[in-house]
Design a protein around this ligand. Structure first.
Ligand code: 5GP
Length: 120
């Protein structure tokens, strides 16, 4: 079952630099780093540095609107930084049916190859 809102995840260790990650972008609110198991030539995760109960998109409250917008806007900035001018995909997996495995909200940025639709 999904853990409670304040359970730490592996992403806290990445934020706190307790385990290494290939960081591609960082500011005071958002951290972006390469996925350890890339599903495309470019596969980056964007996360809020402060989880604030946002284990997944399905737990979003009105107070999370600003950080959710910032995550998407940062995905655009990082896509440009990564040279994904031919396009890319952003994904948020939620809950068991969405194949969410880490309960700290995150946006996947995938590109560098043709992405297919429907994703299956
Ligand atoms: P989810 O399945 O929850 O949408 O995505 C979690 C993602 O985190 C997966 O794509 C997985 O490969 C990635 N991931 C899990 N542990 C680590 C880690 O320790 N470092 C990095 N860079 N990515 C991780």
């Amino acid at each position: 079952a999904p853990p409670s809102a304040d359970s730490p995840t592996i992403f806290d260790k990445i934020i706190n630099k307790e385990i290494p990650a290939k960081v591609v972008y960082e500011d005071d609110k958002v951290l972006a780093f390469r996925d350890i198991a890339p599903q495309a030539p470019t596969h980056i995760l964007l996360i809020p540095k402060i989880k604030d109960g946002l284990t997944g998109l399905s737990k979003a409250e009105e107070r999370h609107c600003e950080i959710l917008g910032r995550l998407l806007y940062t995905a655009k900035l990082v896509a440009k930084q990564e040279g994904l001018e031919d396009g890319y995909r952003v994904v948020i997996n939620d809950g068991p049916n969405g194949c969410q495995s880490v309960y700290h909200v995150h946006v996947h940025l995938l590109g560098g190859r043709q992405m297919n639709w429907p994703p299956g």
